[in-house]
Write a new protein. Structure first.
Length: 283
């Protein structure tokens, strides 16, 4: 499994900028909506599916709105508070978020590495939690990253390890308007017969942010991967769409399949790289 982690480092040894250019003010409040959030999972004899957003140990239905308020700002960071019907937490976004974000683009690799979580039927039935706790993208650092990814994809310079077959890996970065939009597709297959590991599927991802302020406009992901590790099944089928009120993310630049409920998919408690620091829960 170490070769998988090494692969990520080889693929993106990008030189990231340390400049910062956030343009938000303390007290700014942004309202977002859970437009879509659903998954289907199973583990051995266990199976379940859920629709909605899981947050703070509570389920929230599709259509739930929540706010992000700017608490403090510096030259390189924004501290903010999220409020979902009285469930609040604080977190900070800064120009170093590009590093975990690169790993997020290789979500299937992370899933293959992470193994199984303990099955919790009630948790599964709540639906997915936030897949990306990134509400402020430092404009310069992320523009540099997205442009590098776009350029690298256009030259076909993504080189897999001996176990990976990249059926389709591509990127598109649109900066023609006031909102920058980055699209990503990672359709691949991992086959290591010596370790009895097989994993393949499709992953589509779109993220949009305000070019001037760095404020997230929304993100959309469609992920479906399945396989096995030592004859134990591993799979996930998940979709999540979060948008700021008044903004609609266009369809995936790279064609993606629609969401389909699964009946025999196995275990997975997905990891979020950007964890919230819980403060209080009033639901």
């Amino acid at each position: 499994m170490r070769s998988i982690a090494f692969l990520v480092l080889i693929l993106f040894s990008c030189s990231m900028s340390t400049r910062a250019d956030f343009d938000v003010t303390v007290g700014d409040i942004f309202t977002y909506e859970v437009v879509s959030s659903q998954w289907s999972l199973a583990q051995s004899a266990n199976s379940g599916q859920g629709t909605g957003l899981q947050y703070g140990g509570n389920p929230f239905p599709i259509g739930t709105q929540f706010t992000i308020e700017v608490l403090t700002t510096t030259a390189t960071s924004v501290q903010w508070e999220i409020d979902i019907e009285g469930n609040t937490a604080t977190n900070t976004n800064d120009d170093t978020d590009t590093t975990p974000f690169i790993l997020y683009l290789y979500y299937p690799i992370t899933i293959l590495q992470s193994g199984f979580g303990t099955w919790d039927q009630s948790e599964v039935e709540m639906g997915p939690f936030f897949q990306l706790g990134l509400f402020f993208l430092e404009p310069i650092a992320f523009s540099d990253l997205f442009q590098q990814l776009h350029d690298q994809a256009s030259t076909g310079s993504f080189t897999p390890s001996s176990y990976w077959d990249f059926h389709e890996i591509n990127a598109n970065y649109d900066t023609s308007g006031s909102v920058s939009v980055f699209d990503w597709v990672f359709n691949s297959e991992y086959n290591d017969t010596g370790c009895n590991i097989y994993f393949s599927g499709e992953y589509y991802f779109t993220i949009a942010f305000d070019k001037a302020t760095g404020v997230l406009k929304g993100y959309h992901m469609d992920l479906r991967y399945a396989g096995h590790i030592n004859e134990q099944p591993l799979a996930i089928d998940m979709q999540q769409l979060i948008e700021i009120r008044g903004y609609d993310i266009e369809k995936f630049y790279f064609k993606a399949p629609g969401f389909v409920w699964l009946t025999v998919f196995p275990p997975l408690l997905v990891i979020s790289y950007f964890k919230f620091i819980s403060r209080k829960q009033r639901k």
